[in-house]
Design a protein around this ligand. Structure first.
Ligand code: ZN
Length: 297
């Protein structure tokens, strides 16, 4: 199973990753020990969109109607952040934007916070009743969880995990290494992206990487090496991407694409990658850039 999550719309260089000095740090949480204050960060959600202010940044609680039902989602730089589902988005001033647009322009901690707000609001809307006994669920104080007063079932925000694999092979006769890039059969089909897919229940990340590579391009790889991860709100709320690099076991093997998932798979020398790469804010691009930046040898 693939996802369309390896690729996204093309984008120019975005603001990039979290600042190494620790500023702009997002910590997820569910603290209701005090009510929202006017200076707290506000993330109203309508459908799959979030409200931003005229400057493109997040509004504050004090700028929004007092009757919204705020739910805590954590802190950014120590400032509490709250989300609320908005029934009538046109009643609020500002710009409603999808996660991709936010992730393109905002620093990564803000994009992560926005992704969490989308996940929490969607989860609350779709987990109102106990799946076992149909009683209405109640919030668990201090946690992002709901519990059934009837049978005690506790429900958490579901998290789907997917792997991406940057597959390389050694270059021939002193030439640069080559990176395997693929084009998906759906989504942004013009992009050259990475093999990717969701981890199945009962499967390790590494096993999923081996399986997806086999299914999508018919290759076998050596042990996948973990590189990085990214919360990803484009493939539905609650997706976590885990990025790996791996070397193909047979450098002479050519990819054989699964036509249900891919239209094309091709080896590119790392010093001659195509222009149509995933956007700068995506882990796909971080992995591709990391492979391209490896010292030659
Ligand atoms: Zn129940």
């Amino acid at each position: 199973m693939t996802t369309g999550l390896a690729a996204d719309a093309p984008g120019d260089a975005g603001p990039g990753r979290a600042s190494p000095d620790g500023r702009g740090r997002f910590v997820p949480g569910a603290d209701r020990s005090r009510p929202p204050a006017p200076g707290d960060l506000a993330l109203p959600v309508a459908g799959r969109k979030l409200l931003t202010g005229p400057d493109g940044g997040l509004p504050r609680i004090g700028e929004l109607p007092a009757d919204l039902d705020w739910v805590p989602v954590g802190t950014l730089d120590g400032i509490p952040a709250w989300t609320a589902e908005v029934a009538d988005p046109e009643a609020l001033a500002g710009r409603w934007r999808g996660w991709r647009s936010l992730a393109t322009e905002l620093p990564q901690p803000l994009a992560d916070l926005a992704g969490r707000a989308l996940a929490v609001v969607t989860w609350r809307r779709t987990h109102r009743w106990c799946g076992a006994c149909r009683t209405e669920l109640a919030d668990v104080p201090g946690e992002t969880a709901r519990r059934c007063p009837g049978c005690g079932l506790t429900v958490f925000v579901p998290l789907s995990v997917a792997v991406l694999v940057a597959i390389t092979r050694p270059g021939r006769a002193g030439r640069p290494d080559e990176l395997l890039l693929v084009r998906h059969a759906y989504g942004p089909t013009e992009l050259w992206a990475l093999v990717a897919g969701f981890v199945e229940a009962g499967e390790s990340l590494e096993a999923a990487a081996h399986r997806e590579v086999g299914e999508e391009v018919g290759l076998t790889i050596g042990r996948p090496g973990y590189v990085d991860s990214q919360p990803w709100a484009m493939s539905g709320p609650g997706t976590l991407l885990a990025g790996f690099t791996a070397t193909v076991t047979d450098p002479d093997a050519e990819p054989v694409v699964d036509p249900k998932e891919l239209t094309e798979a091709r080896w590119f020398p790392v010093d001659a990658l195509p222009a149509e790469l995933p956007p700068a804010y995506s882990i796909s691009r971080w992995l591709i850039d990391a492979v391209a930046a490896r010292p030659r040898g």
